[in-house]
Design a protein around this ligand. Structure first.
Ligand code: GUN
Ligand code: ZN
Length: 431
């Protein structure tokens, strides 16, 4: 049993439905076996439990742990390859690096650095795009389990367009995916996601094989890319005889409440309606969309259609693991859209980086805010004394202002502590 004393900001209700930021000034969270069992003023909790261990986090701000709904494990070393649109970037930067994951030692080194990147950014849950190599996925899951972070991931499968070394057959994809899912789904904090790279590189038979994995192993997640780049969208529609991009997945039963599609920068209204009807979510990846010049994300249309949206860093097209940066970039994008944009407040940004991600990953009953009943997944933001962020927080006019300053100025340097299920992630637990 531990009592955490802190100023806590979180968004248990959606600001997209008009809810405000929840502010808990000098409150106590009592955590028993990783779960928050009491939340009250610190004074009341201290009176009730005078003999329990208190962790004093009052010098800073406590937020729910960040939830990254789209990030590629094998792309750690290609972050920062600028100046190319999606398909050129894949050919020249991402795919040559992904071929190197055939070597287990390379995969292990990259997995260690990747998980360290998540921890340093305060990410406590991530839906991770995996590798095309089954052995690299065993390496990754082994490291992910040791990291204590909640990780959902799976073997990436493709049968066309990519370099030969990344291709497989639908039969082999099915066998390896089922084997990995049976080995890792539900082990510790790990879950398995069926992961065709995108419909451009996965034909009908491959998508059918993915559908069969979902049918044969209950409770799995599904993730892929959709409507990211205009040229990509045109090519997919041509390959599928005019079918829209979202329907290429839906035709094989791949869309449900545990499905997350990354990007969706160029959707048709019918696709948004289809996603909403399936309860599927979109991972909005703003630094990636900006770096690759993919376009400005139509958040308002997603909200109007009732499609839930959360944030993804999309490393390595995205420029780092920090969801504070993604939140800020999401805000910029909506500003740049003018009348078509959805003006975002700091509370929206926190919601997108935490609660929305938890809901997208069907983990809303466990994580995403710091309410009683949730697991204690938290990130402690404590800038160095005298830093601009420290001074900004000290002189902020209210807690919305504090949060806006955290998104504007915060970096991984300001992440002073990270907990998952009440476990403090120490520097030695990963990489
Ligand atoms: N579409 C297919 N593969 C990828 C990838 O690795 N990154 C991004 N941003 N889009 C993709
Ligand atoms: Zn991606």
């Amino acid at each position: 049993m531990t009592i955490y004393r802190a100023t806590v900001l979180d968004t248990p209700q959606s600001p997209f439905d008009g809810a405000r930021l929840r502010t808990g000034t000098d409150i106590g969270l009592r955590v028993v076996e990783g779960v928050i069992t009491r939340r009250d003023s610190y004074a009341a909790i201290a009176r009730e439990y005078p003999d329990e261990q208190v962790i004093d986090l009052t010098d800073g701000i406590l937020l729910p742990g960040f939830v990254d709904t789209h990030v590629h494990f094998p792309q750690l070393r290609v972050i920062g390859a600028l100046g190319m649109p999606l398909l050129d970037w894949l050919d020249r930067a991402a795919l040559p690096e992904e071929l190197r994951m055939a070597d287990d030692d390379q995969a292990a080194a990259v997995a260690g650095g990747f998980l360290r990147g998540l921890r340093e950014a305060g990410t406590t849950t991530a839906l991770v795009f995996g590798s095309h190599f089954a052995s690299a996925m065993d390496v990754f899951f082994t490291h992910a389990r040791a990291s204590r972070i909640r990780i959902i991931s799976g073997l990436v499968v493709s049968d066309r367009i990519l370099p030969d070394g990344l291709l497989t057959t639908p039969e082999r994809a099915y066998e390896q995916s089922v084997e990995l899912a049976k080995r890792w789904h539900g082990v510790g904090r790990l879950h398995y996601a069926v992961t065709p790279r995108f419909s451009l590189s996965a034909g009908e038979e491959m998508l059918a094989a993915c559908g069969k994995v979902m049918q044969d192993v209950p409770g799995l997640y599904f993730t892929s890319h959709v409507n990211e780049n205009k040229r990509e969208v045109e090519e997919v529609e041509e390959l599928f005889g005019g079918l829209d991009y979202t329907s290429t997945y839906d035709a094989h039963g791949l869309l449900g409440p545990r499905s997350v599609l990354a990007h969706d920068v160029h959707p048709k209204d019918a696709e948004l309606a289809l996603m909403a009807s399936r309860g599927s979510s979109v991972a909005h990846c703003p630094t990636s969309n900006s770096a690759l010049g993919s376009g400005l994300f139509p958040l308002k249309r997603h909200v109007e259609h009732g499609v839930s949206v959360a944030l993804g860093s999309d490393v390595g097209a995205g420029t780092g693991y920090c969801l504070l940066k993604e939140g800020l970039q999401a805000y910029f994008m909506q500003q740049l859209l003018g009348d078509e944009g959805l003006p975002l407040t700091a509370a929206h940004l926190l919601y997108l980086a935490t609660r929305a991600g938890a809901l997208s990953l069907d983990l809303g009953d466990r994580v995403g805010d710091l309410s009683v009943g949730r697991e204690f997944d938290a990130v402690w933001i404590r800038p160095a004394h005298g830093d601009p962020l420290d001074m900004g927080i000290e002189h902020a006019k209210d807690s919305d202002d504090v949060l806006a300053k955290i998104f504007a100025l915060g970096t991984t340097d300001d992440v002073a502590g990270v907990w998952v299920g009440g476990e403090h992630l120490s520097q030695t637990s990963v990489g």
